[in-house]
Design a protein around this ligand. Sequence first.
Ligand code: GLY
Length: 370
Amino acid sequence: MVEVLRLNLNRVVNESYDILVGFGLFDRIPADLRDNPIGKRYAVITDSALKDVYGKRLLEELRDEGIDACLIDFPAGEESKNINTVIYIVKRLLECKIDRRSAVITLGGGVVGDVGGFAAAIYMRGIPYIQVPTTLLAQVDSSIGGKTAVDTEEGKNLIGSFHQPKRVYVDPSLLKTLPKREYLSGLAEVIKYGVIYDRNLFEYLEGNVEKIKNLDEEALLHIIKRSCMIKKEIVEEDPLEENKRSILNYGHTPAHAIERLSGYKCLHGEAVSVGMRISGWIAVKKGFWIMDEWERQNELLHSYGLPLKMDFNVDDLVRALYYDKKVEGGTLMFVLPKRIGEMASVNGRYRIPVPEEEVRRFLLELKNDY
Ligand code: GLY
């Protein structure tokens, strides 16, 4: 005799939040938090490179506003994106007496946002956090949508959780101190939005190369706002990446493999650029996309100084592809463009299986060039 006690748990949660975008917003964060608080105290999490430039400034400005806050930093760089950094942050949060009525502020690029967000997701079973992205990549992509994660030796983002931030402050003026290479690398994600979702954005990027490369304020605000809008719409439709959200990973399956093979020496956006050329080629070979548009995509990436080729052994690359979270039942899955501004789907599914032999053949075709 078995008794069944059903625990009913149809939770309706409202996780909506504001993404604020504006030049000069950084210095207005403390006043905004005074007027619209997220926590009673704050822990600002940043990295060693940003601590002196922005971390201490934010801490002082918060304290000037009468807001209680502490500063936690960890070594800058992709190597810090691991579980040991999370454990270090948790210990520091305890020392700083951060409790469940407090909130974390992640101040930095993708690594800080992902690691700090994950620490917030698990600390005391989850406390609120705010994203203050300081790189283009983080401003247009990783700070929005609640993906938090760390890498393992085997691959990228293999430990993580969905934990939506309570607010995102995007100040494009912070990009003025960003190294040029990092800024250009972030543009790969903006070009990605053009290919996967917005032909107008793609054409705008084609028509304003010099302005965007030179951080013209009007052009920068336009591409950042449009990218945030696209990301927001896709996350609203599919927050847990059951289908549509996976289009945001265009080029990322090969990119993650390339990053792994390079020992994380190349920047994420650079790997995404190479990955878009590879995934785009697969789309062409599978008959989803026309060659002209693939070439147009590659030209746009090239015009922003982004790499299209990296020298890897095809077998190593194919092996590394299997560490991607999008592998389903041992089959490699790709998201593939259908036209600039729209992704292909098969039976309503955006993740499209491509057999390994085909992937290998397509990669070999590109090999002389890549
Ligand atoms: N960066 C991809 C996503 O947030 O889904």
